[in-house]
Design a binder for this molecule. Structure first.
Ligand code: AMP
Ligand code: MG
Length: 482
């Protein structure tokens, strides 16, 4: 069997959930990046490079591929809109040898019935960025979309400037979003909503199939996986940047890496996206926005939670009310892991609060401070040893980790798994992408290699540890012009 092992269960949903559409025929597709390890991991083996390029650029149709664009809606910056795949075409569901199912989607594959005013295209820099961040997240052990390849289409794409057009062959466990449920709730019948819930549970949460209230249980599961996801974003200093409900997957995978970025100096209100003018999606707002997004999912599910709305609302409310406690417990568990604290209690939480506060005051680099604490990089950076308040905190922290079963040794072990040393620093990412767009992939390849083992220190890569200058940090913005 060559290539993909396609199945098409999504097409069993009512027709309003998708529209058949073929990828555009591009003039002169060529590979920019091929993620060969990922092909092997998914048991995908094409007979030849030509065949692989032809399928992944949408020039020919793979066996059992019935391409379509998915319908969905969503709340964008708080306002409800009908959306859908405006520039993505779904090729099929690939089944690995272990029967694990993955959506294969071409992003940037041309206009679809959901394109509204858009051109259906994507630009090379943005697709390389999405590929790179997907790899970075995966190797940080965070559930994420990944890509099999980035392909140049050979066409110009017009944004503020003229850009090389590109496609991203994107892979996710599922592209079903909170926005898919909102679409069903606003534009479908109760039967449509029920069909979507049934399909999603069958596919993503088979363990809850027999639950007496599947809709409520599903809401709880999405809350659980999304809290776990966002807490891990915070662990590594990641800011997604567009946490609109159409970009929140119900399987708990992060995806749609547009204006996202990693934080350098710690400040809870950090955001980079030029369109996020009020910092709605800033670093520390992410849990609040997640809760808001889950409320939108709960609202969409109400007719399935109970036959009468009077009964459904308190049931949904009760679940949503548990968000704060679950979030707080998860957040401090992760932050205290970052500090190497074993057998955590509520009394230990102040250690995390205090160090974050000090980092904010001293404008310390988030990644490097935690890495320095785990003594991966010696000697400790000056602000850690010179500032009197930090010195006091260090003493208290050391006293606490001395109570671990093997003292500082246990602490180091825990910290090593939770504190990355290498992150995708914004200035390096920009340099790598700009050079790659000019045909020089050396920085891009080197960065990608470093990001594949972010928790281990590699000598010879010390340049990649440095945060950008304060001037760069103050002016750095990310753009949606994708
Ligand atoms: P995003 O901000 O990438 O999550 O996209 C939000 C919505 O805009 C989705 O429905 C996309 O399919 C759509 N979209 C983004 N860029 C384009 C484009 N160039 N052409 C058509 N639709 C687009
Ligand atoms: Mg999106």
């Amino acid at each position: 069997m060559s290539g993909f092992n396609f199945d098409n269960t999504y097409l069993s949903l009512p027709g309003k959930f998708y529209t058949p559409v073929k990828p555009e025929q591009f003039k002169k597709p060529e590979f920019s990046v091929v993620n060969r390890d990922f092909f092997s991991a998914l048991d995908i083996d094409f007979g030849s490079e030509d065949e692989m390029l032809s399928i992944l650029s949408g020039q020919s149709l793979h066996k059992n591929s019935n391409p379509f664009a998915q319908a969905y809606a969503g709340h964008q910056f708080g306002s409800f809109t009908m959306l859908g795949d405006g520039r993505a075409v779904f090729l099929g569901e690939h089944l690995t040898n272990q029967n694990i199912r993955f959506d294969i989607q071409l992003k940037g594959a041309g206009r679809t019935p959901y394109s509204r005013g858009g051109d259906g295209k994507a630009v090379l820099k943005a697709m390389l960025r999405e590929h790179l961040i997907g790899e970075a997240m995966h190797h940080l052990n965070i559930p994420t979309s990944r890509s099999l390849a980035v392909i140049k289409t050979g066409e110009d794409v017009y944004r503020e400037t003229i850009n090389d057009g590109a496609l991203l062959a994107r892979v996710m466990k599922s592209h079903i979003r909170i926005g898919t449920f909102e679409f069903a709730s606003y534009f479908g019948s109760k039967e449509d909503l029920e069909a979507l819930l049934h399909y999603t549970i069958e596919r993503i949460y088979p363990a809850i199939k027999g639950d007496k209230n599947p809709a409520l249980r599903f809401l709880k599961e999405v809350m659980r996986v999304q809290i776990d996801l966002v807490v891990n974003w915070m662990r590594v200093g990641f800011i997604h940047g567009v946490m609109n409900t159409d970009n929140v997957s119900v399987s708990g995978e992060s995806f749609d890496y547009g204006p996202c970025a990693f934080m350098n100096s710690y400040h809870p209100q950090t955001f980079f996206s030029s369109i996020d003018v009020n910092g709605r999606y800033s670093f520390a707002n992410q849990p609040k926005v997640l809760k808001w997004n889950l409320i939108k999912l709960a609202q969409a599910l109400l007719p399935l939670i109970d036959t009468t709305i009077e009964n459904a609302i308190p049931l949904a409310q009760q679940t949503l009310d548990s968000f704060d406690t679950i979030w707080t417990d998860s957040f401090y568990t992760v932050m205290l892991d970052k500090l190497g604290v074993e057998n955590k209690t509520v009394n230990d939480r102040h250690l995390a609060d205090e160090v974050l506060h000090l980092m904010e005051q001293l404008k310390l680099d988030y990644t490097n401070t935690f890495a320095a604490l785990s003594s991966e990089i010696e000697p400790l950076t000056a602000p850690l040893t010179e500032n009197p308040l930090m010195k006091k905190w260090l003493l208290r922290w050391k006293k606490r980790v001395a109570q671990n079963s093997y003292g500082f040794e246990t602490a180091k072990k825990i910290m090593k798994n939770h504190n990355p040393i290498f992150i995708a620093r914004n200035h390096t990412v920009e340099k790598a992408l700009d050079e790659a767009c000019d045909g020089d992939y050396r920085t891009f390849n080197q960065l990608e290699k470093i990001l594949k083992s972010p928790y281990s220190y590699h000598s010879g890569c010390s340049n990649s540890l440095n945060p950008p200058s304060q001037e760069f940090q103050n002016s750095y913005q990310t753009f949606c012009g994708t």
